[in-house]
Design a binder for this molecule. Structure first.
Ligand code: SAM
Length: 221
């Protein structure tokens, strides 16, 4: 019989996770503080929340962590205990949203896993789980405008964003194998347009430092 993960071991694993995540989302702490502020005091869902790094910051909120990875969810459960509910679900298909309602949905360093078609649909599903007045906040790499640099991570993200958004590659993009991250990092304007199209009434880039941004969208009715 396997023993249960202790809170101390889970915290230690989560600290190691946080250290290793920072290079993927520079200024991660500041961006996550903006997410926490958006979700304060609400029934909040940490979407693709992994080991609960964002959930841990959602004080005074009723928090649910949703993810597909059972190891990460077990760490979240052990680290955060009764403070959070943990839900195992796959965001690659619409079923995850059935019967759920929240006042805030937050996501960090996660939604780039989905290509443009799935992300547009996911934004509609997020709109659907929010009560009127609810907010959605997403922190990820989102260039302010078209990226002109050739090299480095930004050039690579731009290459994938361009390829995956190309209409002639839409079918091939849909066939990419499940579990692979789409590494889709479009500019913030793409997210704002997709959120409006998903039914959100008020959308804005609430915070930005370099290529890290937080987009916030409100469902007013
Ligand atoms: C880079 S991690 C970010 C986790 C957490 N939000 C954070 O910032 O520490 C991406 C997360 O997305 C989750 N994920 C990827 N594909 C998913 C899917 N189809 N359904 C649910 N979660 C998924 C992964 O399991 C992982 O926890």
């Amino acid at each position: 019989m396997t023993s249960r993960l202790s809170a101390a071991d889970a915290e230690e694993l989560r600290r190691g996770w946080d250290l290793r995540q920072e290079p993927f989302l520079p200024h991660r702490d500041e961006a996550f503080a903006v997410l926490a502020d958006a979700a304060a005091g609400r029934r909040a869902l940490d979407l693709a929340g992994g080991p609960g790094s964002i959930a841990a910051r959602l004080v005074n909120a009723e928090v649910t962590v949703l993810d597909v990875d059972p190891v990460l969810l077990e760490i979240a459960r052990a680290a955060l205990g009764d403070r959070v509910a943990v839900v195992s679900a796959d965001l690659g298909a619409p079923g995850w949203a059935a019967g759920r309602e929240f006042d805030a949905v937050v996501a960090g360093t996660a939604l780039h896993c989905f290509g443009p078609d799935r992300l547009r649909a996911l934004y509609r599903e997020i709109h659907g789980v929010l009560a009127p007045g609810g907010v959605f906040a997403n922190a990820d790499r989102m260039p302010a405008g078209p990226v002109v640099g050739e090299g480095g991570l930004a050039g690579w993200h731009e290459w994938w964003a361009t390829a995956l958004a190309h209409p002639a590659l839409a079918e091939a993009a849909r066939d990419r194998s499940e579990g692979d991250s789409a590494d889709f990092y479009p500019p913030a304007s793409w997210h704002l347009d997709a959120l409006r199209a998903a039914g959100f009434d008020e959308v804005e880039v609430r915070w930005r430092r370099d290529d890290t941004a937080v987009v916030v969208a409100r469902r007013t009715h």
